[in-house]
Design a protein around this ligand. Structure first.
Ligand code: ATP
Ligand code: MG
Length: 572
C-alpha cells in the first residue's frame, strides 16, 4: 500500500475532550473520526486494525468449536418484554417504533435474540451443546460515552451464547471459553488478568472478567500479593477484618444502654466521643433502591464504621436495579433520624441489610433511632437477620483464599464470561427434549468481547510520548518503508524494490512515498505505530538502510543487498 494513495489524515492537534493516550492517538493517527457523542467512523487504517483484531477473535473461536451467525441489529421489543428486560434495562436501551407503531430495540446485547433463534431450531438434546456467536455492532445509550473507543454508544462486540442440556456441561464450556479468551488476549499482546466479577443486570451466577491492566482503566481490581486471587471490587471478598481488641479494663462501658450523644453524627465524631476504634461502631448507610416498574423504597445498610459500602453488592443484596442517594427530608418522612439510625428500634417496615461481618458481635455502638442518642453494647445475632456481604474491600485487607495482602490495581474490561443458567431460556419458553423425552429449558452461558474497545486497550498498554505502538497481531501493517527524499532516484528505486520483494514474501507493507519532508514522515511513522520501519535515505549510496523498531525506537543499519533476509529475520 502506498501512503500517497491512502487516506491517513494525521493531525498535530488532539480533540479537546480527549484525555487518554488511546483516544488522542487513534484520532491524531487518522484511525477514527468522531461523529457525535460515542459515535465514530473507522477510517481505512482504523478499519484494518479492527479487522485484524476481529480475525484473531474469529480464528480462536472457530478453532474452539463456536459457530458464527449474524443476527438482526434491530430487535423486536416483544422479545425484551418476554424476558422482562424491556422494563429493567433502563435508559441505555434505545427503544423506537416503526411506521406501523411496532416497537423495537437497537441490540445492546443479544440474549433474547439468540434464545429466540435456538428455540425455533433446536428441539433435542442430541443437537447440544451449541455455542453460537456473532461479531456485530451494538448500541447502548451510555450516560457518559467517553474515552473514544473505550466507551462508545455504538461499538463492535463479539457476543457468544452457549446452550447445554445441564449445568455440568455449561460449566465445562465456561472453562473452555476462559481458556479460549486467554489465548485471544495473549495473541493480541495484552497483559491481562482474569478476575471474578459481579453478574450485574444480566443475571445468573458465576462470571469472570478479562481485565487489561492499565492505569487508565475504569475498573478497580482487587488482587492478592500472595496468590492468584483477583476480583473486580464489585465482587471482591476478603477474610473478615480483625479490629483492635480491647485491653482488660479499657473497654468502654458495655452495659447495654442509651447514651446521650448530642450532635455526634459522623463516625469520626463518634469514635472521638467514645474514644473507640471505628471498627466497633455501626455505620448506617441509607439509600433509595429502584426496582422494576418504578417501584422504590428506602433501604438501610449496616456495616462497621471502619468499612465503606460497596454499592453494587448492596444493590444485589436487595435485588435493586439501582441505588440512589436519599435526602434528609425523605429519611425524616420515613420516620428515620438522620445521623442516629441504628439497628435496634428501626421503624417498622424499613427494609435493612446487615453486613455479614457484624454477625455475632455484641460490643457494638449504633444509633438509637432517636435524636442525640446512641445505643452502647448493641448485639447482633449470629443468624436470622438479613445478612449479606456489603463491604468494599480495601488495600491491605487479607485474602480469603490465602491470607495474603490484597491491593488495588486498575483494569479495562475487554471480555466477560457468564454462567447464565436458565435466566433467559425459562421466561422465553426455550426448551429441548431430554433423553427421556421430557421438555427442559436450555442451560446457558454467555460470553462477550469488546472488539472495538480492544483497540483502545491495546494502545493504553502500548504507546509512548510519540504515539501508538501496535502489537504484532493488531498492527495495520507489519512494516513501513520511509523514503527519505522521494525526488532522489536511487532512494526511490531501492525502496520500490524492497517494497515489492517484501510483499511477495507475504509482509504487509506501507510505503511512505509522499513528497514530504523526512521529519514529517518520521513523525507520522511514530504516531501511527506500525511495529517496524525501514528508512531508505542518503546512505543508500553506501549500500545501507536503517531498520527501526517502533517499540523503543531502536535503530540498526542493515546492508541493502541483504535487507530482505535481515528484515525477515528480525520482524519474525
Ligand atoms: P462496562 O462495565 O465497561 O460498562 P459491561 O459490563 O456493560 O461493560 P458487557 O455487557 O459485559 O459490558 O459487554 C461485553 C463487553 O463489551 C465488555 O466486556 C466490554 O469490553 C464491551 N463494552 C461494553 N460496553 C461498551 C461500550 N460502551 N463501548 C465499548 N465497548 C463496550
Ligand atoms: Mg461486564
Amino acid at each position: 500500500m502506498r501512503f500517497s494513495r491512502y487516506l491517513i489524515p494525521t493531525t498535530k492537534e488532539a480533540p479537546s475532550d480527549a484525555v487518554l493516550p488511546s483516544h488522542i492517538y487513534l484520532i491524531r493517527g487518522g484511525f477514527i473520526q468522531s461523529v457525535g457523542a460515542g459515535l465514530y467512523n473507522f477510517l481505512p487504517l482504523g478499519k484494518r486494525v479492527l479487522d485484524r483484531v476481529r480475525d484473531v477473535v474469529k480464528e480462536e473461536l472457530d478453532k474452539a468449536g463456536c459457530l458464527e451467525v449474524d443476527l438482526a441489529f434491530v430487535t423486536p421489543a416483544e422479545l425484551w418484554k418476554e424476558s422482562g428486560r424491556f422494563e429493567k434495562y433502563g435508559k441505555e436501551l434505545l427503544r423506537f417504533t416503526d411506521r406501523k407503531e411496532n416497537e423495537f430495540v437497537l441490540g445492546p446485547t443479544h440474549e433474547e435474540m439468540m434464545v429466540n433463534l435456538v428455540r425455533q431450531s433446536v428441539k433435542s438434546y442430541k443437537q447440544l451443546p451449541l455455542n453460537l456467536y456473532q461479531i456485530k455492532t451494538k448500541f447502548r445509550d451510555e450516560i457518559r460515552p467517553r474515552f473514544g473507543l473505550m466507551r462508545g454508544r455504538e461499538f463492535l462486540m463479539k457476543d457468544g451464547y452457549s446452550f447445554h442440556k445441564d449445568e455440568a456441561d455449561m460449566k465445562r464450556e465456561f472453562d473452555h471459553m476462559e481458556a479460549t479468551y486467554s489465548r485471544i488476549f495473549t495473541r493480541l499482546g495484552l497483559d491481562f488478568r482474569v478476575v471474578e466479577a459481579d453478574s450485574g443486570a444480566i443475571g445468573g451466577t458465576g462470571s469472570k472478567e478479562f481485565m487489561v491492566l492499565a492505569e487508565s482503566g475504569e475498573d478497580t481490581l482487587v488482587v492478592c500479593e500472595g496468590c492468584d486471587y483477583g476480583a473486580n471490587i464489585e465482587a471482591a471478598v476478603r477474610k473478615p477484618a480483625e479490629g483492635p481488641r480491647y485491653e482488660e479494663g479499657e473497654a468502654p462501658e458495655m452495659t447495654r444502654g442509651k447514651f446521650h450523644t448530642p450532635g455526634v453524627k459522623t463516625i469520626e465524631d463518634l469514635a472521638r466521643f467514645f474514644r473507640i476504634d471505628p471498627f466497633h461502631l455501626v455505620k448506617a448507610v441509607a439509600k433509595k433502591a429502584l426496582y422494576d416498574e418504578g417501584r422504590e423504597e428506602i433501604v438501610v445498610f449496616f456495616l462497621r464504621g471502619s468499612d465503606e459500602l460497596q454499592e453494587t453488592k448492596a444493590a444485589n443484596a436487595v435485588d435493586a436495579n439501582e441505588l440512589i442517594d436519599v435526602t434528609e427530608e425523605e429519611l425524616r418522612a420515613a420516620g428515620l433520624v438522620p445521623g442516629f439510625i441504628g439497628i435496634e428500634g428501626l421503624p417498622e417496615g424499613i427494609r435493612y441489610v446487615i453486613d455479614r461481618e457484624l454477625a455475632g458481635n455484641d460490643t457494638l455502638i449504633a444509633g438509637a433511632n432517636e435524636a442525640d442518642y446512641h445505643m452502647v453494647g448493641v448485639s447482633i445475632p449470629a443468624e436470622g437477620e438479613p445478612f449479606a456481604d456489603l463491604v468494599a474491600v480495601r488495600e491491605g485487607d487479607r485474602c480469603a483464599k490465602c491470607g495474603g495482602k490484597l491491593r488495588y490495581t486498575k483494569g479495562i474490561e475487554v471480555g466477560h464470561i457468564f454462567q447464565l443458567g436458565t435466566r433467559y431460556s425459562e421466561p422465553l419458553g426455550a426448551t429441548f427434549l431430554d433423553e427421556n423425552g421430557k421438555a427442559r429449558p436450555f442451560v446457558m452461558g454467555t460470553y462477550g468481547i469488546g472488539v472495538s474497545r480492544l483497540l483502545a486497550a491495546i494502545i493504553e498498554q502500548h504507546h509512548d510520548e510519540r504515539g501508538c505502538i501496535w502489537t504484532r497481531e493488531s498492527a495495520p501493517f507489519d512494516l513501513e518503508i520511509i523514503v527519505s527524499n522521494i525526488a532522489n532516484d536511487a532512494e526511490r528505486e531501492a525502496a520500490e524494490t524492497l517494497y515489492h520483494a517484501l510483499r511477495e514474501r507475504g509482509v504487509e507493507v506501507l510505503l511512505d512515498d509522499r513528497k514530504e519532508r523526512f521529519g514529517f514522515k518520521i513523525n507520522d511513522f511514530e504516531l501511527i505505530g506500525i511495529p517496524w520501519g525501514v528508512v531508505v535515505g542518503k546512505k543508500i549510496a553506501d549500500g545501507t538502510m536503517e531498520l527501526i523498531r517502533r517499540d523503543g525506537l531502536e535503530r540498526t543499519e542493515i546492508p541493502a543487498d541483504r535487507a530482505i533476509e535481515e528484515i525477515l529475520g528480525r520482524i519474525g
